[in-house]
Design a protein around this ligand. Structure first.
Ligand code: RAM
Length: 520
């Protein structure tokens, strides 16, 4: 399911005042210098087999044509790499020609990017060919990378000399301030590990904006922002960064006022020409949640109309039965699951967002709007039962499918009475196939639907199993897409392009703090 939208002559609607505010809220970035903690060589260039090297020996390792050296920085980092090179043998009579490959996870090291034939640009794969003309040399690479492992392959030297990697260091970058974190433990080892990896995932995505992933797309996406903001409220509490991102979404929109699915920041702020029905509505949700934390009236005043506009535009996508139309269903993201019908989900996300819109209206003392929203959402809720609920199967059916995502969003939208919702989720295992949840993003909503219906034990068990299985598979930060039964799965036609530090996967931070910590 390629997600590519190209609108010719797309001119976003930019609001100078909102963008000015966003600019004022730019975060300061924190840095530290880190060095490798281990080294090894892959037996062959793309083989997963490795031979350890004592780290102290690395500066003595003379590398000839075809050899490789892998440096392990010990954890996932984001930053700028500097390498120092020298040589042995005669005076170098030819440049050193190297390939550098940055990998977030070990398996990525042995993947050959030439094999990738998916729909996402291969330019996201973190690898470079560099020439070093004069030795010795100190080389700082201009790009920012996200990685734990660095593979240096000696493409060529000359018979007269061999290359030595004398030193490597990384200047890390993040707007997360670890000093703001309060010590936290649940007393349960697995939960603590999941929490800590979630924190690292969030921190490494916190840059100039809340990025979706520091490897790819390094961009502000609405669905990711909502979950990052929630995790941030219970950890780093960088409120200005959330506020900045909300202003960026509000500040550059579709010409008709729609919130774009994501926003480019450089060279200038510009909404992407991609609209996703659910993501535009999550703006309403994220704004209200931000206000719950801050009561920031200025932001409410600045962004209120834009939030209401998203609901109004979405309601135009409902037919006379109060059911969302094809365009809305097709434009809903929900999850990376090929072939899944999204109409029921889109209907539910709209109801869900309208409940938040109503809260916003009440905050604004806009009672006529709040009442109107209540009337409208009741119409949509009744339509959801009438057209999607199947009394025989006792679940929601969207175009003949009983996908988990549909049940989950209907539960989160409070379409059912609490008792009925609980019954639905008690038996939720029956919805795991065939439209399997593909991402931690959808698994997050599944866990919250279980919590919403009071099934806390089941919710916690699922969180531990799913995110725990990523830890078992070697995660230092949580991954964009993961199916423990199919570790090679990728929504993009090849794992080499997957992101292994992905914003929407940090959500156990909030799940654990909000639902799975015993209050003493
Ligand atoms: C992916 C992004 C992002 C997500 C969108 C829908 O390409 O990485 O996380 O929000 O898809």
């Amino acid at each position: 399911m390629a997600l590519i939208s190209i609108i010719e002559d797309f001119h976003p609607l930019n609001d100078a005042k909102l963008l000015y505010r966003a600019d004022e809220l730019k975060p300061s970035l924190h840095h530290e210098i880190v060095e490798p903690v281990g080294g090894f060589q892959l037996k062959e260039r793309y083989s997963p087999e490795r031979e350890e090297i004592v780290l102290q020996k690395v500066p003595k390792l003379a590398m000839g044509k075809g050899q490789n050296l892998c440096l392990d920085f010990g954890d996932h980092y984001v930053g700028y790499l500097t390498l120092e090179f020298s040589y042995t043998g005669s005076h170098p009579d030819a440049p050193a020609f190297l390939k550098l490959k940055f990998s977030e996870v070990f398996d990525e090291l042995s993947e050959n990017s030439d094999d990738y034939d998916g729909w996402i640009s291969t330019s996201w794969i973190q690898e470079e060919y560099i020439h070093v003309d004069v030795l010795p040399a100190r080389v700082t690479l201009p790009r920012r990378y996200a990685f734990r492992y660095l593979k240096i392959t000696m493409m060529d030297t000359s018979p007269k000399y061999k290359l030595i990697v004398k030193h490597a260091e990384l200047l890390t970058e993040s707007s997360a301030n670890y000093k703001r974190l309060e010590p936290f433990t649940t007393g349960d080892e697995l939960k603590d590990r999941i929490y800590n990896v979630g924190i690292r995932t969030l921190a490494n995505c916190m840059q100039d904006v809340f990025e979706d992933g520091p490897k790819r797309d390094q961009r502000l996406w609405m669905g990711d922002l909502r979950l990052e903001a929630l995790a941030n409220y219970v950890s780093f509490r960088n409120m200005n960064l959330v506020r900045r991102c909300l202003y960026l979404f509000g500040g550059s929109r579709f010409p008709d006022g729609r919130i774009s699915a994501n926003v480019f920041i450089k060279p200038a702020v510009e909404a992407d020409d991609t609209w996703m029905f659910d993501y535009s509505l999550l703006f309403v949700v994220a704004l209200e949640e931000y206000l719950q934390e801050t009561n920031d009236e200025e932001t409410l005043n600045d962004l209120y109309d834009i939030a209401m506009q998203q609901v109004e535009i979405s309601l135009r996508h409902c037919d006379e039965r109060h059911v969302v139309d094809d365009e809305a269903a097709n434009a809903a993201f929900i999850d990376w699951r090929e072939g899944m019908d999204k109409r029921g989900c889109a209907q539910a996300v709209l109801i869900f967002a309208m409940r938040y819109a109503r809260r916003l209206a009440r905050r604004k003392n806009d009672y006529s709007q709040a009442n109107w929203l209540l009337e409208q959402l009741e119409l949509l809720r009744k339509a959801a039962i009438e057209y999607f609920w199947d009394e025989e199967q006792k679940c929601f059916v969207s175009e003949g499918q009983t996908a988990m995502a549909t049940q989950v969003w209907m539960v989160l939208a409070d379409v059912l009475e609490p008792e009925k919702a609980r019954e639905l989720m008690e038996n939720s295992e029956r919805f795991l196939e065939p439209y399997k949840m593909a991402t931690p993003y959808m698994h997050h909503y599944y866990v919250t639907a279980l919590c919403r219906t009071g099934l806390l034990e089941k919710a916690e068990k699922h969180m531990k199993e799913y995110w725990g299985s990523m830890l078992d598979a070697g995660a230092d930060t949580f991954w964009e897409a993961w199916d423990p039964d199919d570790p090679k799965a990728s929504p993009y036609g090849g794992k080499v392009i997957n992101s292994y530090c992905h914003a929407w996967s940090c959500s156990p931070v909030v799940l654990i703090k909000k639902f799975f910590t015993q209050q003493k």
